[in-house]
Write a protein that binds this ligand. Structure first.
Ligand code: UDP
Length: 333
């Protein structure tokens, strides 16, 4: 039996693929390569290029393969873009998940581990955020992630499809091997953008707003190393396999860093000045997001080991220095 890694050629999916292979798990990768990179899929792994909104395509994959669990990373994930084009998010994220669930139910596949987001919470008064916090997304992106969670909840009630939804805070860093990393086009995330300045690919970093109600006026986020993050997915797969009930878990490092602190740390790690200018706030951005991941630590026995922000930025820097143009020109390895 194999695990279908849906969105397995993307930033987080590709790290999950490596982690699963390192544990000798049987996997198949499904990705439409809209934002993923075929070069990130290791040689020898069964790869299906196609879109989860395509019922026939997905059905064929599930007919061909003996799939018993799904890890679902395939989604659009940019807060800013979702505010400009919300229907793109409903289509790919919500409708895509609907087709995936339909296909799973049709083929009797009972377990799904799902990439959710801290964006489901929106602005919160109480920090750190626990899973009991009310959900009030401030972006269309967050709203679609919540809708996908709810869809899974009702599918569990009706069909017994068990899910673990992992609400990611800010995922960053890269594989310690330096072989895979973050490569988005266009890049919108803070850490890769800051490192592109250090690499000489950008003149400066623009800090989105300086009058948030935080100590230095810039947004605070909880950054989690991508390799710690994917570890939790494997634990979640095993939890479901052992009969665990559907549940939701936060994944973060339980510490917050402001945008200015990230820029400062990147200056230290890279030895580059990294000029910064203050720009407009970005629509949909809450001031502070810090996770409590106690529940994941307890129930899934997850113990992140790369929580130091210097480690996170250093591993990302290692990837960016050696792959300034991402996967361009690389082979499947
Ligand atoms: N940010 C910024 N300048 C940039 C990109 C991001 O100031 O060029 C800020 C953004 O407003 C947010 C934080 O950095 O407060 C992290 O943003 P990112 O896009 O990396 O992740 P998100 O929080 O949207 O998941």
């Amino acid at each position: 039996m194999s695990i279908a890694v849906v969105g397995g050629a993307g930033y987080i999916g590709s790290h999950a693929v490596r982690a699963l292979l390192a544990q000798n798990r049987d996997i198949v990768v499904i990705d439409n390569l809209e934002t993923g990179h075929e070069e990130s899929v290791p040689e020898g792994v069964q790869f299906y290029k196609g879109d989860i909104r395509d019922r026939d395509f997905l059905n064929e994959v599930f007919e061909h393969e003996q799939i018993d669990q799904v890890v679902h990373f395939a989604a659009n994930s940019l807060v800013g873009e979702s505010m400009e084009n919300p229907l793109k998010y409903y289509d790919n994220n919500v409708f895509g998940t609907q087709i995936l669930l339909e296909t799973m139910i049709k083929h009797g596949v009972k377990n799904i581990v799902f990439s959710s987001s801290a964006a489901t919470y929106g602005e919160q008064k109480k920090m750190p955020i626990t899973e009991e916090a009310p959900t009030a997304p401030t972006s269309a992106y967050g709203e679609t992630k919540l809708a996908m969670e709810r869809m899974m909840k009702w599918c569990d009630a009706a069909h017994g499809t068990k899910f673990v939804s992992l609400r990611y805070f800010n995922v960053a860093g890269a594989s310690a091997s330096g072989v895979i990393g973050e490569d988005h086009e266009p890049e919108t995330h803070l850490i890769p953008l800051v490192l592109q300045v250090a690499n000489g690919q950008r003149e400066h970093i623009t800090i989105f707003g300086e009058d948030y109600p935080t100590e230095d006026g810039t947004c605070i986020r909880d950054y989690i190393h991508v390799e710690d993050l994917v570890d939790a997915h494997i634990l979640a797969l095993d939890y479901l396999k052992e009969g665990g009930e559907s549940d939701i878990f936060n994944l973060g490092s339980n510490q917050g860093f402001s945008v200015k602190e990230i820029v400062e740390t990147a200056r230290t790690v890279t030895g580059h000045k990294i000029p910064a200018v203050i720009g407009e706030k970005r629509a949909g951005d809450p001031a502070v997001l810090i996770a409590s991941s106690e529940k994941a630590r307890k129930t899934l026995e997850w113990s992140p080991s790369r929580t130091d922000i210097v480690t996170i930025i250093r591993d990302a820097w290692n990837w960016h220095q050696h792959h300034p143009h991402g996967y361009k020109g690389a082979d499947r390895s």
